[in-house]
Design a protein around this ligand. Sequence first.
Ligand code: BTN
Length: 248
Amino acid sequence: MNEFAEVAALMPDPFRILWKEEVGSTNDELRSLAENGTREGLVLIAEKQTAGRGRRGAEWFSPAGEGLAFSILIKPNVPKDLWSRLSLAVGLAVAEAVEKFIPLAEIKWPNDVMVNDRKIAGILVEASRDFVVVGIGINVNSEAFPNGLAATSLAIESGGQIERAAVLLEVVKRISILCERLERGFEQTMDGVRQRCWLTGKDVRFTTSGIIKEGFVRGLGPAGELLVEVSGHLERIVQADEVRVLGF
Ligand code: BTN
């Protein structure tokens, strides 16, 4: 299983790795394994995705061998109305994992991971009736990105190549811890997200329920909602299409 074989034995229970040379999307592949009864904790990692997806149907750019593209099967042990917390928890897990290799990662609500105002990792959480597929793409050793993509990588930020397997292991360890805190201990997770909230103090434009709005981000509420001051009123945004920082 190549470079990932070494860390396979170090994964916390119940996490385990399945490596594939090429898939369409690791999220789709893992969903179909889950529907066929695969136990929770499977981490499906692909060297190459031919149809890697981002949120809102965007394509995910991940050249083979340079980044990490993987999906994790999770069955949250909390009531279903708390499952949405997983999305914020995974964002924090990835940010904390990235910080093992470079100084500071921020989180662009809800869970893009940013370094120096550029995206270093993206997360696609897809829930089914009784499981969640958490897809994670991390730019690890890429040295350049297509024009117009405000992206960066661990290699660009650290000035050296980074072992992809070591990054994967850190992410899984942090997810394993934060998944235990979706109910009790979630305030602590929210503190970590708040400390890294890239949007706080910025003017933004966003679309919610089909309406385009502009406002000033005050921070995050207790349930992880984005607090935006719009025309003098504080709005609690639970879900929004792309939030754009004005002037960026
Ligand atoms: C985003 O930033 O919009 C989310 C990007 C998520 C990309 C990852 S790569 C592994 C997994 N498989 C996919 O098809 N997408 C996610």
